[in-house]
Design a protein around this ligand. Structure first.
Ligand SMILES: *[C@@H]1O[C@H](CO)[C@@H](O)[C@H](O)[C@H]1NC(C)=O
Ligand SMILES: *[C@@H]1O[C@H](CO)[C@@H](O)[C@H](O)[C@H]1NC(C)=O
Ligand SMILES: *[C@@H]1O[C@H](CO)[C@@H](O)[C@H](O)[C@H]1NC(C)=O
Ligand SMILES: *[C@@H]1O[C@H](CO)[C@@H](O)[C@H](O)[C@H]1NC(C)=O
Ligand SMILES: [Fe+2]
Length: 673
């Protein structure tokens, strides 16, 4: 009987934000399984699309409609009024009872969720009713077509472009406005104090003494307790090792059982730095020997800064886990190919030679941190995943909804980075050892070296042998967060895929992973997803990389860089080919000039503004997360993250130097800076 009733009560809800309303005229049609209603105007008379408002209208069909499957909206600009975007929350449709004897189902309200910005330029926009679902669970032919149509539109809008050969591709945009309001966000920032860094911009010369550097630090770094700790301990070997585990780049260090042949050391050379009676072979066997290998930098051409050639190294650094549980460096070879002009530096070297070797390692680490751990692993991959999601998973797909809050911001932030930081005259061009010529070469090489296992925390930390170290706070916190995220994702996946077969048969999901593989090139993701566990791991990896990993490598960067010698962005002399017992002030001639130092610090400071609408990990504004089953999972994951926060805070309160970067309350939900 419901199918014959032709009168509907429709209510259009505008989202509550102060800019969500519009002057434009809104037209609406109801599309049923058998027909559609003529367009009706929603905001006529004294009904307006005001923020937080509900506009009711009555809609009548001329002929049979069947059940309502889509609501079509169209905005029309009004002469004399600005053409403002409109944030539609939802449309509710209730069939009006006509006549007698109708069951309760006839007056049930259907909700058509929108929760996004609409513009007059969008033309017809169709909202679908009902819950999230997979393609196989779609019962209406019109809704299947709607999925296909949506993806076709998105694929025209969101197109791939090569940024660096062999590296993950990015979005093809001429201007930010092409992204439209759905994928843009505001990044309003509080005043940033660049007062003490700015006035140096003309000094294209080396620092004259460490005293000068200390004076700068007193004004621009001393307020920060981590930075003060860095400045006090940066020369100490235990703190060098500590930074490999808990600094801004905790991803490089790995345990080794065999020495790489390219490292020219002998057991005898290292005996003085190992426990009495032990040997390098025994320590390797025990698993107490670790390596940093910056092979990815080998042969990369270095930038010219302030008209001067700069230099890169590609160090190998061997570390030992000593009996006090400290990880200390015991040998550093600055270039990959062994030979007489490539000495191995040792903690016992005279003068400042050992210190300089460690500074070179930090310089190499700066590049790998900024470009590989930060830019490539979180920003570029976030963009790749975001594009594939927009192009291959329709809005109604449950994984589209779960992923978007974590990846939505990556298109905008990366576009902005390519236009500023990574553009001519940007900080990489002007002040970083890897400049614009070397950048694509580096990204290509670094992409080759990222494995899927290294992106999945449990595999990554156990492969690298850092999961069981007592002081490995990054690894410990990362494992906790991964575990909670994984169970959250697995439950979400379980709501929609009841068996592994459903995963294999989800053609949209398979197109998605194919799109990801096609446009990531050398980086190897799984070729297909075959089970609930595989898809959950993959989705967890995306959420983790765009939230927690980004927090670990981003939040920390300024703290460790404020004392410049701990983190020089360029080196002005070649890496030493002989041991020459350098003096402390000789070291300054290797370090960046005054104005390039300040340029890098200014950029890091600008990147350090908190986002205005900071959303913590697994907090969702989107309406779909308020639905019953989803809400339950969200509440569960939030409670578990809260427990992790408490555990971390408690641990940190007992540490001389806390590790705060993976505390869930300060992890942002997506890559927004
Ligand atoms: C924003 O999302 C709506 C609904 O999917 C879509 O119709 C519209 O085209 C999108 N706007 C832009 C500019 O992408
Ligand atoms: C440093 O100063 C020189 C001379 O004024 C200028 O040409 C150069 O661009 C500056 N470098 C940076 C990184 O700002
Ligand atoms: C400064 O140090 C504290 C640790 O006390 C840290 O939590 C904070 O994020 C640091 N960084 C900045 C840029 O303020
Ligand atoms: C990036 O790090 C800075 C501190 O260095 C912090 O203020 C900012 O909020 C961080 N951004 C994100 C998205 O975590
Ligand atoms: Fe970032």
């Amino acid at each position: 009987p419901g199918g014959t009733t032709r009168s509907f009560e429709v209510t259009v809800y505008t989202s509550p934000g102060p800019t969500c309303g519009t002057f434009s005229r809104l037209w609406i049609n109801l599309i049923g399984s058998q027909g559609q209603t003529p367009p009706s105007s929603v905001n006529k008379g004294n009904h307006h699309l005001l923020p937080g408002s509900a506009c009711p209208i009555q809609v009548r069909a001329n002929g049979p409609l069947g059940h309502v499957v889509l609501v079509r909206l169209r905005l029309e600009a009004q002469t004399g009024f600005p053409n403002l975007d409109w944030h539609c929350n939802r449309v509710e449709v209730r069939r009006l009872a006509e006549g007698l004897g109708l069951g309760p189902e006839d007056t049930e309200t259907q909700v058509f969720l929108c929760d996004r910005w609409l513009q007059t330029a969008d033309g017809d926009v169709e909202l679908r009713s009902g819950k999230l679902c997979l393609l196989k669970d779609e019962t209406e032919e019109k809704l299947k077509q709607h999925r296909v149509k949506q993806l076709q539109q998105q694929q025209q809008l969101i197109r791939w472009r090569v940024f660096a050969d062999g590296a993950p591709q990015c979005v093809d945009l001429k201007s930010l406005s092409e992204l439209g309001p759905n994928l843009s966000y505001k990044h309003k920032s509080p005043e940033i104090n660049l007062h003490y860094l700015r006035g140096f911009m003309g000094r294209a010369e080396a620092w004259t003494s460490f005293t000068e550097l200390e004076k700068l630090f007193a004004h621009s770094g001393h307020q920060n307790s981590t930075a003060r700790f860095v400045k006090t301990h940066w020369m100490e070997d235990w703190y060098f090792g500590y930074q490999c585990l808990n600094g801004c780049n905790p991803l490089m260090l790995h345990q080794i059982r065999l020495l790489p042949p390219k490292l020219s050391i002998t057991s005898d050379m290292l005996r003085p730095f190992l426990p009495e009676g032990s040997s390098l072979e025994q320590e390797l066997q025990k698993g107490t020997i670790y390596l940093l290998d910056y092979e990815v930098l080998d042969g990369i051409p270095a930038n010219v800064i302030n008209g001067k050639k700069t230099y890169l190294a590609a160090p190998l650094c061997l570390l030992h886990l000593n009996q006090q549980g400290q990880l200390v460096p015991i040998a550093i070879q600055l270039q990959q190919t062994p030979g007489p002009q490539n000495p191995v530096f040792l903690p016992s070297d005279p003068g400042c030679d050992w210190l300089l070797a460690k500074i070179w390692v930090h310089n190499s680490d700066f590049h790998c941190h900024q470009l590989s751990s930060h830019y490539l692993r979180t920003h570029m991959l976030g963009e790749l995943w975001c594009m594939a999601t927009l192009r291959q998973l329709p809005d109604v797909h449950p994984l589209h909804q779960l992923l978007m809050p974590h990846i939505r911001t990556s298109l905008q932030i990366n576009f902005q980075a390519r236009m500023s930081l990574l553009a001519p005259d940007g900080v990489f061009d002007k002040a970083v050892g890897i400049g614009l010529d070397a950048l694509p070469v580096f990204l290509n090489r670094a992409s080759h070296r990222i494995s899927y296992r290294s992106l999945c925390v449990p595999d990554d930390v156990s492969d690298r042998g850092v999961d069981k170290l007592p002081q490995s706070f990054y690894a410990q916190d990362a494992l906790r967060i991964w575990d909670v995220l994984y169970r959250f994702v697995l439950s979400w996946v379980g709501l929609y895929y009841s068996k592994d077969e459903d995963v294999k048969q989800d053609s949209e999901l398979q197109h998605w992973i194919t799109d990801i593989n096609t446009h990531s090139f050398t980086l190897r993701f799984p070729q297909s997803l075959r089970s609930q566990a595989e898809v959950s791991q993959f989705v967890t990896m995306i959420i983790y990389s765009c939230s927690a990993l980004h927090a670990a490598v981003n939040f920390s960067q300024l703290d460790f860089a404020l004392w410049m010698p701990n983190c020089p962005a360029s080196m002005l002399r070649p890496s030493p080919q002989v041991k020459e017992a350098l003096m402390e002030d000789d070291i300054l001639s290797f370090l960046p000039d005054v104005n390039s130092t300040c340029r890098v610090l200014m950029s890091l400071r600008l990147l350090s503004q908190p986002t205005v609408d900071f959303v913590p990990l697994c907090h969702y504004k989107e309406t779909v997360f308020r639905d019953g089953a989803h809400l339950r999972l969200v509440e569960e994951v939030q409670a578990e993250l809260k427990d992790i926060s408490n555990t971390i805070s408690k641990r940190n309160s007992q540490l001389p130097l806390p590790y705060p970067y993976l505390c869930p309350g300060s992890i942002e939900n997506s890559v927004a800076i």
